[in-house]
Each structure stands twice: as C-alpha cells, then as structure tokens.
Design a protein around this ligand. Structure first.
Ligand code: TMP
Ligand code: MG
Length: 288
C-alpha cells in the first residue's frame, strides 16, 4: 500500500491492523489528524557517519557555556544513567526514581553554570545537532495541511525551539511541551519552570496538557512518533481518540530491545536515520 513500509528497516507486529488504521485515517481526512512526536533521537538523528548526535542536554554540555568541571560531571551522569534508560531487563517502576534523579542532578548542574539566554543561539549553531533526513518535508507538509504538531520532549524547550528555528521549520502549527528555562531579569538561568518532564512521566505530562488537547478535540486521529517506551503515553491526554498509529525508532541496543518495541509500537524503524516512513504515511493519510 505504501512502498516505504517494505523498507528493510521497517517491521510491524500486525501489518493488517496498520493497514486498517491507515485506511481509516485517510478516509477521515487531514482535518481530523494531529501528530504528537518526541524530539531527541526521534526528530533528531541518533548518529551521523558513525558518531552519536547530541540531545538537547548534550548541546549545552558540549558548548562553551559550561565549565570543564561541569562537563565532566554531566558526562558521569550520562555514563551512569543512560545504560539504565535503555536497559531492557529493568522495569519502568525500577527506572523511574533513577530517571528523576538523573534529570534533577543534571538541571541542578546546569543552573550552577549561570547560562545566559543570549548565548543559546550560538551554542545551537555551533553544535552537531541534526534533524533526521527528510525533516523539512515533514514539518512543511504538516504546516501546509494545517495539521498540528505537538513536540513532547524531556529535553530542554529553549534548546529544542532553537534547533527547529535554525532549521527554518518552527512553523505556527508547532507546539512544544518540554522543560523550559527560567531566566532572571538579567537573562541568566536561575531554575527550570514548572513540573519536571523526564522520560517516564509523559503520561502525567499529557494529562497536564488537557487544555491543549481540548482545543484539538476534533482531531481524533493521532500519529505518534517516539524512540523510547516512555513516549508511548504521549497521547494519553487526547480526547475522543479514534485511531492512533505509533511509530517507534529503535536506535540503540536493537537486539535486546526489539521484542519490547515490537509488542508496543505499531511500526518499528530500526537504525533508520530518515523521516521517509513518517513522510510517506503522512502523504498517504492526507490523500496526496
Ligand atoms: P526526549 O524526550 O526529547 O527524547 O529527551 C530525553 C533524552 O534526553 C533522553 O534520551 C536522555 C537525554 N538526556 C541527556 O542526553 N542528558 C541529560 O543530562 C539528561 C537529563 C537527559
Ligand atoms: Mg527521545
């Protein structure tokens, strides 16, 4: 039906069901569609030429805004907690307090650095952050079709916005729900705003966001994009949900994690650095 779904990077637990959902979404039309996507390692590349690409946090970590001592400390945290994030032998319940610990410690370290708001633009410009191949078509098509895109990220909102602004795709149909920096009157980071969003509380975040979803009540069909099992709950606040199609990027530790992704995501994209499949699906659903 969609040639891109036969790519070798694609696998599906139940291709018939995927086909039914796609047909139903296409019949309902683009006015009933909304897209909910994770950011780091979903809209951004996991690797380029064999080298890991940065997350929002890594962009700051690798920048001149942070002291060498702080870089070492953040790197230590990553070395301790990232293996836990992707450990398929460890349950979400076991991981949750450790993820809160990671995010809390990382944010405390960042706040100590007295980061200036004015320097974020340069930090992003000088970073190696890269959106996935085909990102422009993805963002531009959603904009042209007036389909809302909610980016729901446990990264850093200010950094994420700057990445998509510099890529020229921060269109008015894009809304970001993430951890935002709180700057003092002189523009220096003093805290993070609101409730912490980490990798395993996206369900709570989605429920906090019901006002946003209320506005989109007629958008009962959801295309969800994620790269972690925590991303599966990003649409939990959607009202009157009719169909949801969940696309999961499986970037790292693929053999160990394949089964859990297979059980929960409708379409898995394994070591696929492109937006080809989401783009083809969007073209199909919007009748292009
Ligand atoms: P996401 O929800 O947009 O994918 O963002 C979460 C990612 O951020 C997650 O994969 C872990 C990563 N991260 C870092 O790279 N460094 C950090 O210090 C923290 C707290 C998270
Ligand atoms: Mg992610």
């Amino acid at each position: 039906m969609i040639p891109e779904l036969t790519k070798s990077s694609v696998s599906m637990r139940d291709p018939k069901r995927v086909e039914q959902i796609l047909t139903s979404m296409r019949n309902a039309g683009s006015s009933t569609l909304q897209v909910i996507s994770d950011f780091d390692m979903t809209l951004t590349r996991f690797a380029y030429n064999g080298k890991r690409c940065p997350t929002c946090h890594n962009i700051l970590e690798n920048s001149k805004l942070i002291s060498e001592d702080c870089k070492d400390k953040l790197q230590n945290l990553l070395d301790i907690y990232y293996p836990i994030e992707i450990d398929s032998t460890c349950s979400v319940e076991e991981k949750l307090p450790l993820m809160v610990e990671w995010w809390t410690k990382a944010h405390e370290l960042l706040v100590e650095q007295k980061i200036s708001k004015d320097h974020l633009v340069r930090a992003v410009k000088e970073s190696e952050a890269m959106l996935r191949d085909g990102y422009k078509q993805f963002f531009d098509h959603l904009h042209q079709m007036s389909v809302p895109l909610l980016i729901f990220s446990a990264g850093i909102g200010d950094v994420l916005e700057e990445v998509i602004r510099q890529a020229g795709v921060f269109h008015p149909n894009v809304k970001v729900f993430s951890n935002y920096m709180d700057f003092d009157d002189s523009g220096v980071l003093r805290a993070f705003k609101g409730e912490l969003i980490h990798i395993y509380n996206k369900r709570e975040g989605a429920l906090l966001n019901v006002e946003h979803f209320k506005e989109l009540q007629s958008r009962c069909n959801v295309l969800l994009l994620g790269d972690s099992l925590g991303d599966l709950n990003m649409a939990d606040g959607v009202m009157d949900l009719q169909n949801i199609l969940k696309i999961g990027y499986l970037n790292d530790k693929v053999d160990e994690r394949r089964q859990s992704y297979f059980d929960t995501y409708d379409i898995i994209l394994e070591k696929d650095e492109t937006m080809d499949v989401p783009n083809a699906i969007l073209l199909y659903i919007t009748g292009q």
